[in-house]
Write a protein that binds this ligand. Sequence first.
Ligand code: DOR
Ligand code: ZN
Length: 347
Amino acid sequence: MTRTLTLTRPDDWHLHLRDGAVLRAVLPETARDFGRAIIMPNLLPPVVTGADAAAYRARIMAALPADSTFEPLMTLYLTEETDPDDVVAAHASGLVTAVKLYPAGATTNSASGVRDVNRVRGVLEAMAEAGVPLCVHGEVTDPDVDIFDREAVFIDRVLDPLRRAVPGLRVVLEHVTTADGVDYVMSAQAGLAGTITAHHLVINRNHLLVGGIRPHYYCLPVAKRESHRQALRRAATSGDARFFLGTDSAPHTDGNKETACGCAGCFTAPNALSILAHVFEEEGALDRLEGFTSRHGPAFYGLPENSDTITLTRHETALPAADKIATGDGPVTVFDPGFALHWAVAR
Ligand code: DOR
Ligand code: ZN
């Protein structure tokens, strides 16, 4: 039985770091194990211009532990006013890796997002031309669409028409939560990938709602029924290079989660790799973990794989249960997978 597993150092292709005191507290949790991460731009106000991204990147670099080689891969928040020249220049200079599409109102700090994708057609065409990938929060926001159907409806109404209209655009359907999303990514010939979080491989909507509401399992897209979770597990462990890890680790203080109108987000940065090793072992796919965490993402983004490695060790004794991390704004609860973890990154 495998006791250790050495992987090319993983990357996280979807991460929320926030700013200020929370940034300083959560950044080491990712920088410890991951080589790079795609940094989400949904700050208040959002990271819209190349200048915003440069300033945010500088704050991240200043918050990094001194010996860290972690590299933040910056994104711009797409608005209906985004200047295509600014996007192309920020990408060409190496400052920005991708652009993020939030449908307006879909999730945390998405009010400045896109109401009508036809209004950003010019930016998307410039991005296709310049090879700038688009990261997509794939949910419609129409009040008449049930929250559990919002991903599938987005694919039909927005994503597929958008990809047909701008065929050269490279697109990441982020945090896929449905079999519909998996099938859509698998149906594409090229230029489309899907990220999958650790938490959506572990929880379904029963975990969120049965026996009492669990605010720390509330995220967007919301966890779906069990058959969807199974489809995600098959996709993640299949070895298909179109799927890779994007944790969507999204810290909110306990005060903002455990309240009448709690924020969406699961904070998985500290234990995402332990959870993934557990899941891949359960699926008999430990040999495919490295593709998911470390190889498929760089291949899609046209970046080199990390040149160093991490080693995961399987301990006989369960690791201490994840608890909270302290931040200057209050405690942030670490995602509890609901089972004992045995795999840990060796340090
Ligand atoms: O659960 C989520 N939290 N989903 C998102 O799309 C945004 C994120 C956040 O920023 O908290
Ligand atoms: Zn996110």
